[in-house]
Design a binder for this molecule. Structure first.
Ligand code: BGC
Length: 760
């Protein structure tokens, strides 16, 4: 038996280890990056600026080039007249543009700003680089399924390399909103339901985008969004209100933003939602007292797209002028897309309603940031048409997309070890709207990626599989296909095994795509029922931007792989897993409920006073009618091609002293005949506390490679501080008492269990 101690690399991947990483040398570099350095010339420049020029430095607009990629992604707003935008750059009315069209456009605008404007202040170019630029990686939620934060650091770095090569200085990413209601469409952009994973992935992504030198033409500024608690939207309805206790806000929702800040992020985006009646964009407590006062943030805050103006419809601001004043005084330095700041800030200063010193402070932050990005030294440092194409979709970047793709796949079920499929000798019927064709591959929130440059499923399967492949779409995504079911049934009859590629289209998650029922769309469900009735073994390949509620023939398939939106290398990544070139290693970052009506369902829930005991449902206990209060596939779940067993939980002591540590270990064995990567997870539960605690909380995990027959003692070290929580006075407390501890393969699996006492 091998002893496994936490290595430095594992510390990055594992957790409890977050603390170790935060004190590591890498962190010291990032901490330096988190300081805003203000060169002397900035204040000289500010002294020479008119109020209009100052307000211009705080006004960011969607690119208007050729209608603008941005305008296709967001509701049409503002001007779409590029010559007018160039004129605004000349007049010092613009700090920069976002979601523009590459180096050619950037060169025109930048030239107007630095050659023809009065003060020659460079523009900043921003974009939503959410999961890749030209090479598209798995959607962020899928990437979290790897339980490998360092993978996210690497893909963010690769995205940065391509995007910075195309003139982009600043990405509106990472999105780190904790999402516990799968109806919400934007969970796809983030880190899932768990706080620890959310923190680790937020930090890793910031590190990947920013690198250690913001002047590098291979890196760009990260933006932590959406601040704050955008994912807490009531009923999962996008843009909806958030009504939340301060304790939960601090303990759950705020954690990933803070981790991103600690990793050195120097910009934040205010969220659309209100929190307890006050819109985040107009919330002084949030954007100033907490973010700057308590957390020491030094960068700048940008509103979300017309977020300042939206305070009028929300019933918080009287008109545009009032909205400007409220947002600016709350601490939002820069306005995105409404144009309100440049329209109203000069006069608000003249009339004494906004102190000029505050205006200067915001301008100072923005100019200092431009200097840190190297834009004053060379405004064209990231704008280079040749480099733009030379860096696009390089083989090494595509190889990383394939690696990330296969690591994101989660095997939910594999009855009778149907998977992996043999590479030849059999006939496969590949059925479903996602079976072939270059559509719905890159997924939601892609500005520059292209389905047409991606590998579809049929192509990926053909390059791995030498037997007979019959392809039939069977159905549209949300509409039936005439004769589709008949064709699909005929294909299934001719095959030994059916591979059913079904699920959500790319436009069914992302912004404004909340769903009331998180199920496979009805025409595809009908297709699945008809195909299952043929009686051949069925492998379901789910396409999805959220956890789904699986039903009928889909839930009852012999094997199910969660394959999300994997991006450019979709077909190859899936084929790697399907035919066993790669043993699935992903774990769910969000629980799959038994039914849509359970949402919001998340593993770190509270017990209630009437939990149903293990076993059959009992009356007057906390569960929905006829349904256990548990997930169909919980957070952390994922099978491998090995057969992993847990045994022998050991604690180094029955007690953990305050400010001390305790070692918890278990024996993990691969009894199968194939190698497998197992994600070993450590959960705790505080049995009695001054505020009730979740039934389980993930405190640490490690991803470990197991050869067939290999057995290891997997050890974790817990500190008393890992057990603290936000108490009644909204401060972190650590309370003595009894704790359950599990080392387990998922949040709802028993694994191995023990208890210890935290003593004062
Ligand atoms: C989204 C942001 C995005 C911005 C710019 C908004 O609608 O909420 O996440 O960064 O548009 O595209």
């Amino acid at each position: 038996m091998l002893d496994t101690r936490i290595s430095r690399r594992a510390a990055l991947m594992g957790a409890g280890a977050l603390a170790a990483w935060l004190t590591s040398p890498a962190r010291a570099v990032l901490a330096a990056a988190g300081q805003l350095t203000i060169p002397n010339f900035v204040d000289d420049l500010i002294r020479r600026m008119t109020l209009e020029e100052k307000a211009g430095q705080l006004s960011l607009m969607a690119s208007a080039w050729g209608g603008g990629a941005a305008l296709a992604l967001n509701p049409p707003q503002g001007n779409s007249d590029f010559p007018r935008q160039v004129e605004e750059a000349r007049q010092g009315q613009l700090t920069g543009v976002f979601n523009g069209n590459g180096a050619t456009m950037a060169r025109i605008l930048q030239s107007a700003a630095v050659k023809e404007s009065r003060l020659k202040i460079p523009l900043i170019f921003a974009a939503d680089i959410i999961h890749g630029h030209r090479t598209i990686f798995p959607v962020p939620l899928a990437e979290v399924a790897s339980f490998e934060p360092d993978l996210a650091r690497r893909t963010a770095e690769a995205a940065s390399f391509e995007a910075a090569g195309a003139g982009i200085d600043w990405t509106f990413s990472p999105m780190v909103d904790v999402a516990r209601d799968q109806r919400w469409g934007r969970g796809v952009e983030g880190g899932g339901e768990d706080v620890l994973l959310g923190r680790l992935f937020a930090a890793a992504r910031v590190q990947g985008f920013q690198g250690s030198d913001l002047k590098s033409p291979e890196h760009m500024l990260a933006c932590i969004k959406h601040f704050a608690a955008y994912g807490g939207a009531e009923s999962g309805l996008d843009y909806n209100v958030v009504d939340i206790s301060e304790a939960r806000l601090r303990e759950v929702y705020l954690q990933p933003y803070k981790a991103g800040l600690d990793a050195g992020a120097l910009s934040f985006m205010a969220s659309f939602n209100e929190i307890n009646g006050v819109p985040a964009t107009g919330n002084h407590w949030l954007q100033t007292e907490l973010l700057r006062g308590e957390w020491g943030f030094q960068g700048f805050v940008v509103s979300d797209y017309t977020g300042d103006e939206e305070m009028i419809a929300a019933g918080y601001a009287k008109d545009g002028r009032d909205a400007t004043k409220l947002a600016f005084l709350a601490g939002v330095d820069m306005s995105m897309q409404s144009g309100l700041y440049r329209k109203h800030l000069p006069d608000l200063v003249r009339s004494g309603q906004v102190p000029e010193a505050l205006l200067n402070q915001s301008v100072r932050r923005v100019l200092a940031m431009k200097a840190m990005l190297g834009l004053f030294d060379n405004p064209f440092r990231r704008i280079d048409v040749k480099r733009e194409s030379a860096r696009s979709m390089l083989p090494k970047t595509r190889a990383l997309a394939r690696e990330a793709g296969r690591k994101a796949i989660v095997m939910l079920k594999n009855d009778g070890e149907l998977l992996p499929l043999p590479r030849s000798g059999k006939a496969i019927a590949l059925i479903g709207p996602f079976a072939s064709g270059q559509h719905d591959l890159v997924g939601p929130w892609v500005v520059y990626g292209d389905d047409a440059k991606s590998v579809d499923l049929a192509t990926g399967i053909r390059s791995a599989f030498k037997g007979k492949l019959i392809v039939a779409p069977g159905s549209g995504v949300e509409e039936p296909l005439a004769g589709g079911i008949e064709q699909a049934v005929a294909a299934a009859r001719q095959a030994d095994v059916v591979v059913l590629a079904i699920g959500e289209g790319a436009n069914m998650s992302g912004e404004a795509q909340s769903r009331t029922e998180i199920v496979v769309p009805e025409p595809q469900q009908r297709l699945a029922e008809a195909v299952a009735a043929v009686g051949k073994p069925v492998v379901v390949l789910l396409k999805h931007g959220r956890a789904l509620a699986l039903e009928g023939a889909v839930a009852n398939a012999h094997a199910i792989l969660a394959t999300w939106f994997l991006g450019t290398e979709t077909g190859n990544a899936i084929a790697d897993v399907l035919f066993g070139a790669y043993s699935p290693s992903g774990r769910l970052p969000a629980s799959f409920p038994r039914a849509s009506g359970q949402e919001p369902y998340y593993y770190a829930r509270k017990s209630t006073g009437r939990p149903n005991p293990q076993g059959p449902l009992e009356p007057y206990k906390a569960h929905f009618r006829g349904m256990p209060n548990s997930a169909l596939y919980p957070f952390g779940h994922g099978l491998t091609y090995g057969r992993i067993e847990y045994s022998g939980l050991k604690l180094s002591s029955p007690t953990l002293p305050m400010n001390g540590t305790i070692e918890v270990s278990a024996i993990v064995t691969n009894r199968g005949s194939r190698a497998a990567d197992e994600v070993v997870q450590l959960y705790t539960h505080d049995k009695v506390a001054s505020l009730t605690r979740p039934v389980r909380e993930l405190k640490a995990f490690r991803k470990i490679a197991f050869a067939p027959g290999q057995s290891e003692v997997v050890r974790f070290t817990l500190r008393s501080s890992d057990l603290s929580f936000v108490g009644r006075d909204n401060r972190w407390v650590t309370e003595p008492g009894t704790f359950d501890v599990w080392i387990a393969p998922s949040a709802e699996a028993e694994g191995v269990h023990g208890t210890f006492e935290l003593i004062a």
